[in-house]
Each structure stands twice: as structure tokens, then as C-alpha cells.
Design a protein around this ligand. Structure first.
Ligand code: SAM
Ligand code: SF4
Length: 342
């Protein structure tokens, strides 16, 4: 039983039908972005009408409801979370749950393009760590992958995060024919600065302009290639997420692998995802979802909202079934990662 109480009496923790405790909520605060990464979005995206978005106050309310129900970690993501207007207000509001120790961690995933402006204020709002997406260290390639991004801004953002005292983890999506010759450099860069690095397989989410089978690079292959040059030592390090970590003996740094396509990480899944319109996805790889915006807007009391959350968690599926192959060219789920927030 949680120590937290709500207006409904003592709040129960969220446990799904498979006995998994939901203790981690990822929240996409916008579907918009200042980049157009080729694996994530098409160049000409139609974004959601602003009236459909949860307001910052509504985001605070729904996050706080989850915290009252035992969620201990909140990750703010997007789209690009730092392009949402007045986003610092939300971080500052949510930090009250860090002060009461109801929450262990308030964090974000960002492309770092805006971090020179935000790093110090995020640190002051209680953020301790930040995940930064960086797929390449080559400026031309960076432009090709992100279409609109500028590597110099991102590197400056990483510097700003470090200067502000934020711990940095870098995430790189492994892309066939795009950055597969750069993993050594990314390892040297990340570990040289004391950052963890995680490699991610592309997931078939949303229509993009290209063919995903052209981008998909199984991490089993990457790992085997890395072992020709580096000593990878399995370590029992877990962040509660789907990454499996090794230590690279030569750098002493950690390297994570997120392999939704080649490894099933669903057994230990502790998370659910909220979109910027208040739709709760119980699994990244399934279409089943629950609308939390209607109960939020129907009453100022949280009773309806709590009931909707309970009902949703009771439907959390056992796992996903992502497939990328030549026969399955359609995305496994129609929504883009920028909607669910990765
Ligand atoms: N804009 C922020 C960023 O890029 O870090 C946060 C949102 S982004 C959707 C979160 C993560 O999802 C990024 O690391 C991105 O590389 C990853 N991502 C986006 N689309 C993906 C896909 N189809 N497969 C795998 N990872 C993807
Ligand atoms: Fe934007 Fe992140 Fe998607 Fe790239 S991966 S387009 S930075 S939301």
C-alpha cells in the first residue's frame, strides 16, 4: 500500500494483470519538434491542433495523479519537450514531488538543441540527469539524419548540460548505412566525457518518407562487430529500463543496448506513456490506449481520472509484437514516436 493518500482514501499502487508495478511515467508534452529526424518523422508533418493538447496545468494534474498512485519516475519527452512554450513552469511545478520525496526522479529526453538556454534552469528545478539523442558526430551527416538540425547547437547544448551539473546519457539510433561506421567514435566521445551511451534499434512507428527496412540494423550485429575491437563485459547494471548494459574494458564506460526487435524486454516493463493529448498508452508497441483527457476535463475532482487510470492499467498488455521485414512494410503502430515520446 502506498503511503500517499488521495481524496478516494489511501491510494493504491498501480499493478497490472501480470503483477508488474507501474512506477515510471513518460510524458510527451508536445508532438512538435525543431528537427525532422528521418527515422522519426516525415519532413512535412501535420501537427495536432493546439486545443487538443493538454495544458501545462492539466499535465501537472495528471502527472501528480500518477505520483499519488506510486509512480516514482517521470520522464518529460516529445517531440522536442524544450520547444513547448513555458515548459519550465511544468518542471518547476512537478519538482514539488521531489521535495516531498514522493518522486525519485524528474528527467527529460531531448535533442539538446535548446539546452544552452535551459540547462541551468532545469538543474535548479531538480532535474539531475538528461538523456540526449546524438546519432552522429559528423556535421553533414547530422544534417542528413535530422534534416533541420545543427550539430554545433547540440554539442553546445551538451556542454551546457555538463556545465550545469546535469549527468548526461547519450542515445544513438543505429541506422544501416548511416552511422554504422561511427559507433567507435561515439563510444570514444561519450566515454571520454564520462557519459553512458545507449544504442537503440529503429522501431516501426508511424509513416516516414523512406522504407524502414533500409534503416533497420540489428544490434546483435553491431555488438558482434564491436567485439572485434573492444572488450565488452556484461554488468548487472539496470536503470529499470529496457537497456542491457556492458562495460567496455578499454574506456571503463558503460554501453547500453535497447533491442526491441531482437530481444523481448517486456517481462520487466514498469512504464506507461502519456501523449500530449492525454492518451495513455500501456505499451509502446500496441495500439490499445485510454483517454485521460475526458476525465481530466469533465471534473476538477480526480475521482474520474483515478478510475480511468485504474481501468487502463488493468488492460496493460503482456508485450509488443514489433516486426520489420520485407513482407510487413506498414508500421507496426501507426503513431509516430514523437507522439508517444519514445
Ligand atoms: N526529441 C527528443 C529526442 O530526440 O531526444 C525526444 C523525443 S524522441 C521521439 C525520443 C527518442 O526516440 C530519441 O532518442 C529518438 O532517437 C528515438 N526515436 C524516434 N523515432 C524512433 C524510431 N522509429 N525507432 C527508434 N527510436 C526512435
Ligand atoms: Fe524530433 Fe526527437 Fe523525433 Fe528527432 S527523434 S524528429 S529530435 S522528436
Amino acid at each position: 500500500m502506498s503511503e500517499h493518500a488521495s481524496k478516494l482514501g489511501p491510494a493504491r499502487e498501480l499493478v497490472d494483470p501480470f503483477g508488474r508495478h507501474v512506477s515510471y511515467l513518460r510524458v510527451s508534452v508536445t508532438d512538435r519538434c525543431d528537427f525532422r529526424c528521418t527515422y522519426c518523422m516525415s519532413e512535412h508533418m501535420t501537427f495536432l491542433p493546439r486545443k487538443d493538447l493538454l495544458t501545462l496545468e492539466e499535465l501537472d494534474r495528471v502527472c501528480s495523479a500518477f505520483v499519488a498512485r506510486g509512480v516514482r519516475k517521470l520522464r518529460i519527452t516529445g517531440g522536442e519537450p524544450l520547444v513547448r512554450k513555458n515548459i519550465l513552469w511544468l518542471f518547476r511545478a512537478l519538482s514539488r514531488h521531489l521535495d516531498t520525496r514522493a518522486l525519485d526522479e524528474l528527467t527529460l529526453t531531448t535533442n539538446a538543441s535548446q539546452l544552452t538556454r535551459f540547462a541551468a534552469d532545469l538543474k535548479a528545478a531538480g532535474v539531475r540527469r538528461v538523456n540526449i539523442s546524438l546519432d552522429t558526430l559528423k556535421p553533414d551527416r547530422f544534417r542528413a539524419i535530422t534534416r533541420w538540425g545543427d550539430l554545433a547547437d547540440v554539442l553546445a547544448g551538451i556542454d551546457a548540460a555538463e556545465k550545469a551539473g546535469l549527468a548526461v546519457k547519450l542515445n544513438a539510433v543505429a541506422l544501416k548505412g548511416m552511422n554504422e561506421d561511427e559507433f567507435d567514435d561515439l563510444i570514444r566521445f561519450a566515454h571520454g566525457r564520462g557519459f553512458d551511451l545507449t544504442l537503440i534499434e529503429t522501431m516501426p512507428m508511424g509513416d516516414i518518407d523512406g522504407d524502414r527496412t533500409d534503416q533497420y540494423l540489428p544490434l546483435s550485429i553491431v555488438r558482434a562487430r564491436l567485439m572485434d575491437r573492444w572488450t565488452l563485459e556484461d554488468i548487472p547494471f539496470h536503470t529499470g529500463g529496457p537497456a542491457r548494459y556492458v562495460r567496455i574494458a578499454e574506456t571503463s564506460g558503460r554501453l547500453g543496448f535497447i533491442t526491441p526487435m531482437t530481444h523481448n524486454f517486456c517481462e520487466s516493463c514498469n512504464r506507461v506513456r502519456l501523449t500530449c493529448t492525454g492518451t495513455l498508452y500501456m505499451c509502446l508497441g500496441q495500439n490499445d490506449a485510454a483517454d485521460l483527457r475526458a476525465p481530466l476535463r469533465t471534473s476538477t475532482d480526480d475521482a474520474l481520472l483515478m478510475r480511468a487510470i485504474d481501468e487502463a492499467i488493468s488492460r496493460k498488455p503482456k508485450g509488443h509484437d514489433f516486426v520489420i521485414d520485407r513482407r510487413t512494410r506498414r508500421p507496426a503502430v501507426a503513431r509516430h514516436m514523437s507522439v508517444t515520446g519514445g
